[in-house]
Ligand binder design. Sequence first.
Ligand code: AMP
Ligand code: MG
Length: 431
Amino acid sequence: MPDAAVPLEAHLRRILDAVAPLPPRDVPLLQAHGLVLAEAVHADLDLPSFANSSMDGYAVRAADLVGAADDAPVALPVRGSIGAGAGAEAVVEAGTAVKIMTGAPLPPGADAVVPYEWTDAGAETVQVRQTPQAGAHVRPVGDDVARGALLLEAGTRLTSRHLGLLAAIGRPTARVHPRPRVAVVSTGAELRAPGESLGPDAIYDSNSTLLAAAALEAGVEPVHVGRLDDDVDGLWPALQRLLPRVDLVVTSGGVSMGDFDVVKAALRALDPADGEVWFGPVAMQPGKPQGFGLLLDRSGTDGDAPRSVPILTLPGNPVSSYLSFEVFAKPALRRQLGLPDDALTTPTVRARLVGAVGSPAGRRQLLRGRLAADGTVTPVGGAGSHLMGFLAHADALIVVPEELTSVEDGAEVDVIPLPSWAPASRDGGAS
Ligand code: AMP
Ligand code: MG
């Protein structure tokens, strides 16, 4: 039977061409963690913004202490004490010292700080046993950041260090592409939520959890997670109710050639005023039946143009749906996050295959595998797209190109690492 399957890259391109970064918004700093700056940030002030002490000690005039040494200490009367944040009333007159704490502004008249360690730590009078250079232990204005300087470029994905800098220059918010909210919808009359009782013909809904957790790993927010009404007439109204709350929809199941493939049946017949979804085979294994389109959210107030919400209809088998999420949905979400084009897909690494594998002609096979520190990758389980137990023990996808029907033991292959929180244990063991 002729197979009009679309190449994997062509399907991905179709998706990425239709998806745009979410419109920028100002969000509180901590909510901006992991989000992408939509504008360059320049320094609103110098850092430090006033000259201050880098040590606990005494603010002095360096010229008063010329010649101070262990065997020739110089005594200065102490005229007060200033702590960080305690105002800047004190003045250092010639021949005097003022006690100063780390971070306190250098008082007028002073040009250096002598740390306690160089003194007898006196309260009324201090004996100084070392001569400071002018500027010693003083953090000058603009030493770190100069007002007006470019601090962060648009497109920066914000980490703790970037957010700390924004706080340091006094910004309470960052202008970012907001975190995409993704609906994760399972379909299938056989599905039960974990914890429910299972009849003889039912299975637990693993995809909702699997895909929502994959969304978390992608740095986006899963909002609706679970099974939707699964009759053909109910599906679109149910999706329509979800649309105002989400930026992207991922469904699983109901897109192949079966009698009950509700997603396909319901969305193929969509009124063009509500959107359009393409369904068809993609030249990959697993994950052949795919669909992608745009749904129109018309819930906005009068006059607002409808908002278009991308939908990816992924196949139902858990391994297929997970791989499809990694390969298609994640790049789409990364684009919505505002990441640059060269950061949308996971870069492959090269590894040496342990054992030979077979692969269907004309389809890109993504086999589950485990990467080891010695640069090898070992297949985990077989090609079956129901193999959840093996999926859980994989940390990589072994890529077998369309034109190959087998790969020999020891051959170099491309491998897509899968997300992990900690370095995987490199025992190479498959369960
Ligand atoms: P479908 O694409 O709907 O024909 O589903 C293909 C296979 O995946 C069937 O064996 C389904 O029972 C199974 N499946 C579909 N959705 C889920 C899900 N959410 N969790 C676990 N298995 C599923
Ligand atoms: Mg189904």
